[in-house]
Design a protein around this ligand. Structure first.
Ligand code: B12
Ligand code: SF4
Length: 535
């Protein structure tokens, strides 16, 4: 039986995809995986900040190349099944591929999993034969068994399928327990049977080590826990919890098994950093973090970045443990900087909690890169007065810190977007780009100055006076200058702590070579491990 698995993200991270493919391969199925990039020769997730588009009207979608899709369909058409992993932004692209492939082979069976079918099953079932809602390891294995044996999909766990015009909704099964997760194979990070489709060229390439390095630098990307106990109004977490209550918990491998996964993953590539993509890495209990610290420090010893943190979970004791383990930088969601807006966003912690968390982080400022606080701008429910409150709140926030500024994205189906559609008639959008695509208004620009430096109070008050009454006037050139200044400031800050994870990949490669050279010359004095093969 021939199966192609397609990871629709425009990157090679694809943690969920790599997990389900690994589970199915371990169960004996032969799967060819295809990853997508706009152009394999130019691809680089690391360092993409420097090329980030800061205009307000742009999309995260792929370059459009209908001819390439037809070429791809010709390659895929000889398979028995196509399985996809997709977020909502790529759902139209999935539809195009299925349509073109079915023209050539109407018998091919399609299964679509990932966030899009989980959050918008009614949309996904329109274009797929079978969809997986939520956790997919066991669903995929069972799906492949049934296709192989020519059996129907009745009772296929966590799935919906079509029988003629009818949609059959199979029940959810309990999520994998920690013991079951420990017994699962590690995600597939190898090169064998993995390909990259380069969309601009319309060509399929076997994946090589150099492609991975060019895209991810010397980082290993993983996630410990899936799930989150909170229900922020702009997030799809409440949909996940109503699908399966287990998504309200931080659930993942045991510390022993998680560290083993990392050790295995970093063997294949030159690796200097691990990036954890959890929603809230700090949400794990202190005992687990203690054990993780001990094992990671002794057996991995690489610097790591925590990409998701909730202010309510930041505690001094946890911070000290993670710093001991190798923590070098964190990102943390603020989302708003005044009581009213935090209430509307249904954030678990209000300004008092944010302040407490920032004090804890500031107290360790000489041991890690200035943390990055994420803020949502362009919120139509936020008044100008409230924006000034946010500005003052940020000004009083103990530093150093930097900001990741997002433009409000009304993802269909979230509590906030339903409220705003009814109350102020906002348009919901499935594929809006929201990183640094905020309106270049004077007040947003003034907020972004705080991502670069904290001006003395007299200058801050002077800036405020300057924009009074003209808060929403736009100045895109100023925004661009501030954005690039922010990157330069961040670069210095990160370089000080040897964190090159957001630099272009070749900087990381040179850093890796330098570390190898130093190690050969002076021995491993710093105690930090050099892992992976040479680039
Ligand atoms: C890590 C991450 C990223 C990383 C890496 C992406 C990746 N796929 O690994 C990066 C930074 C690159 C990224 C980018 C984006 N992301 Co993102 N990201 C996440 C994050 C934090 C974790 C995803 C993850 O690894 N989860 C853990 C794995 C194990 O779970 P999983 O992927 O769901 O996989 C399981 C199931 O879905 C299922 N499954 C998955 N695939 C398949 C396939 C089959 C066949 C089957 C049967 C089952 C199945 O089984 C898996 C294992 O149980 C989530 C938020 C969160 N905390 O979950 C957002 C999230 C997925 N991202 C989101 C978005 C919107 C984006 C961007 C569009 C943001 C932007 N505007 O730029 C871009 C898209 C980039 C692109 N064009 O490709 C949204 C998606 C919402 C939606 N409805 O699609 C999320 C949910 C955040 C949010 N709440 O808004 N992201
Ligand atoms: S804390 Fe993060 S993952 Fe959890 S509900 Fe809020 S935004 Fe979503």
């Amino acid at each position: 039986m021939k199966t192609y698995a397609l990871s629709m993200d425009k990157n090679l991270v694809a943690i969920g995809f790599r997990r389900v493919v690994a589970a199915a391969r371990a169960a004996g199925f032969d799967i060819q995986s295809i990853f997508f990039l706009d152009n394999i020769k130019r691809a680089s997730l690391s360092g993409s900040w420097w090329k980030q588009n800061t205009d307000t009207e742009f999309s995260v979608n792929y370059v459009k190349n209908d001819e390439a899709i037809i070429n791809l369909a010709k390659i895929l058409a000889d398979a028995d099944n196509l399985i996809f992993s997709t977020m909502s932004v790529q759902s139209k692209f999935v539809q195009d591929i299925i349509r073109e492939t079915k023209k050539l082979n109407p018998k091919i069976v399609t299964l679509v999993g990932g966030y899009h079918p989980t959050i918008f099953p009614k949309d996904a079932i329109e274009f797929a034969d079978v969809i997986c809602l939520g956790e997919g390891e066991r669903t995929l294995i069972e799906f492949l068994k049934r296709v192989q044996n020519g059996e129907p999909f009745d009772g296929l766990p966590n799935s919906w399928f079509k029988r003629g015009e009818e949609i059959i909704k199979n029940p959810q099964i309990p999520l994998l327990t920690q013991d079951e997760l420990d017994a699962m194979p590690y995600m597939d990070t190898g090169l064998q049977d993995n390909f990259i489709f380069s969309l601009e060229e319309g060509k399929l390439y076997p994946q090589e080590q150099k492609d991975v390095i060019q895209h991810l630098g010397t980082t290993y990307n993983t996630i410990w826990s899936v799930g989150c106990p909170f229900v922020c109004s702009f997030c799809s977490q409440d949909t996940m919890i109503s699908l399966n209550k287990g998504f309200a918990k931080h659930r993942g491998r045991s510390p022993r098994s998680f560290v083993d996964e990392i050790k295995e993953g970093i063997k294949l590539y030159p690796t200097d950093y691990v990036i954890f993509w959890d929603s809230d890495f700090w949400g794990r209990n202190i005992e687990d973090l203690r054990e993780f610290t001990r094992l990671y420090r002794d057996e991995v010893g690489l610097k790591f970045v925590i990409s998701g943190s909730n202010p309510v979970s930041i505690k001094e004791e946890k911070l000290d443990l993670l710093l001991e383990a190798g923590l070098v930088r964190i990102k943390m969601g603020f989302e708003g900087g005044n009581e009213e807006i935090l209430k509307i966003l249904k954030r678990a912690g209000r300004t008092k909690k944010l302040r407490e968390a920032t004090k804890v982080l500031a107290s360790r400022k000489n041991t890690m890169v200035a943390p990055s606080f994420e803020m949502i701008l362009d919120n139509p429910l936020e008044t100008t007065d409230q924006l000034y409150q946010t500005l003052d709140f940020l000004f009083e926030t103990p530093g150093p810190y930097t900001l990741n500024l997002f433009s409000m994205h009304f993802m269909p189906g979230t509590a906030l977007s339903e409220l705003c559609t009814d109350e102020i008639g906002v348009e919901e959008e499935i594929d809006k780009e929201y990183m640094f695509s905020y309106q270049p208004t004077h007040i947003n620009n003034l907020i972004s100055i705080l991502a670069i430096f904290k001006p003395p109070r007299f200058l801050f008050n002077f800036f405020k006076k300057m924009i009074k009454g003209r808060e929403h006037v736009k100045a895109p050139k100023v925004k661009k200058i501030l954005y690039h200044s922010m990157l330069v400031r961040r670069a210095f800050n990160q370089a000080r702590f040897g964190d090159y994870t957001t630099f272009p990949y070749w900087v990381m490669v040179y850093y890796h070579k330098w570390r190898l050279f130093k190690n050969r010359l002076f021995g491993n004095r710093g105690g930090k491990t050099i892992r992976g093969v040479s680039p």
